[in-house]
Design a protein around this ligand. Structure first.
Ligand SMILES: [Fe+2]
Length: 194
């Protein structure tokens, strides 16, 4: 079993114990490995050394992500012009499951995503519906039509199709599993027009 196999197994175990996740999607049975290779960015090393504790239910996935951080194909959607150099050096994600993930699925996208402390992830949106699962750390989430929510380890948060949302971290980072479903599954988030 590779490190990423263990991340997938831990994500499925968390799913099996988490009613919010089960209400959001059916975890696909058949998610063949695509053999996608690793890709290094600054967040790779930050996540490999991640030291925030999760909950009893999220900690096994946090541990598996840490251990397999160097195996992930880490990417950043946004350019330096959009978010600045500091933001880009302190965030990143890899697609664990999905149309272009380490494990292939056309019905679910599951990203492992990290943001460091003191970041302002500005207003953005995407067509796919989204469930954030906070694994460790925390952040404040803003969304169109809703009061801000402070998300802590073990908690989830839903965003509807094209619902504009933003995220702010203060004194702690946040490590998340982000699930996408529905139309736009293979798309990308876009910053709202200035
Ligand atoms: Fe989102």
């Amino acid at each position: 079993m590779t490190g990423l196999d263990r991340v997938l197994a831990a994500a499925k175990s968390l799913f099996a114990a988490h009613p919010d996740m089960q209400a959001f999607v059916d975890w696909p049975d058949d998610t063949p490995s695509t053999g996608k290779m690793m890709r290094h960015i600054p967040a790779t090393d930050i996540v490999a050394a991640f030291d925030r504790a999760g909950t009893d239910s999220t900690q096994p996935l946090v541990n598996a992500i840490r251990a397999a951080a160097q195996d992930g194909y880490w990417i950043r959607t946004y350019t330096e012009e959009e978010v600045g150099a500091h933001f880009r050096e302190n965030y990143g994600y890899f697609e664990l499951v999905g149309p272009t993930g380490h494990f292939q699925s056309d019905s679910l996208r599951a990203y492992v995503a990290y943001w460091g402390p003191g970041l302002n992830y500005d207003w953005h949106r995407h067509e796919a519906e989204e469930l954030y699962v906070c694994l460790a750390g925390g952040a404040t989430f803003h969304a169109e039509g809703r009061e801000p929510v402070n998300l802590a380890a073990g908690e989830t948060l839903f965003h509807a199709t094209n619902q504009s949302h933003a995220m702010v971290t203060t004194d702690q980072p946040i490590l998340t599993l982000v699930l996408w479903r529905g139309a736009g599954l293979a798309g990308l988030p876009k910053m709202d027009a200035a």
